[in-house]
Design a protein around this ligand. Structure first.
Ligand code: GLU
Length: 146
C-alpha cells in the first residue's frame, strides 16, 4: 500500500516529507518521490528503491522550499521503475499528482486524452489525473499555478 505526505508551512518541506515517508515505510512500497514548489519552479525527485536512496538525491535549489508532496508507490499498473514512480506530471510540468489506489476506468480516459493529442510518459493508471487537471486548466478556469 502506498504512502502520501503533503506539507505547507514554514519549515524546509523536504525534511518533513522524507520523515513522513519513513514513518509510512512499514506499509510496503517499491519506489518513492517528491515534488517541491519554489516561487517559479517545481522540482521533482524520484527513485526506484528505498526512501533512504531518495533522501540521498540532492534537491538542488529546492532545499529551501516549504511546500511539497511526496509518495511511496506500490505498483498496480506499470512495473516498479523510476519512470513510473510518483509524483506524476502533466506535459507542461506545472501540475504534479500523487495517487493511492486504482483508477478503474483509466484505459477509457487515457484513450480519450490520447485522441486529444496528449502524450503519456508512464504506464501507470494514475497519469490520467495530471493530464485531466491540465485539460481543465487549459479551458481557462481561474486557477493560480505558480
Ligand atoms: N495505481 C497507481 C500506480 O500503479 C498507484 C499505486 C499505489 O497506490 O501506490 O502507480
Amino acid at each position: 500500500m502506498c504512502g502520501i505526505v503533503g506539507y505547507v508551512g514554514n519549515k524546509p518541506a523536504r525534511e518533513v516529507l522524507i520523515a513522513g515517508l519513513k514513518r509510512l515505510e512499514y506499509r510496503g512500497y517499491d519506489s518513492a518521490g517528491y515534488t517541491l514548489q519554489l516561487p517559479d519552479e517545481l522540482v521533482c525527485r524520484k527513485c526506484q528503491g528505498r526512501v533512504s536512496e531518495l533522501e540521498a538525491i540532492s534537491p538542488g535549489n529546492a532545499a529551501s522550499s516549504t511546500v511539497g508532496i511526496a509518495h511511496t508507490r506500490w505498483a498496480t499498473h506499470g512495473e516498479p521503475s523510476h519512470r513510473n514512480a510518483h509524483p506524476l506530471s502533466d506535459e507542461s510540468g506545472r501540475i504534479f499528482v500523487v495517487h493511492n489506489g486504482i483508477i478503474e476506468n483509466y484505459k477509457v480516459l487515457r484513450k480519450e486524452l490520447q485522441k486529444a493529442g496528449v502524450h503519456f510518459e508512464t504506464d501507470t493508471d494514475s497519469e490520467v489525473l495530471p493530464m485531466l487537471i491540465s485539460q481543465e486548466v487549459g479551458k481557462g478556469r481561474n486557477y493560480s499555478l505558480l
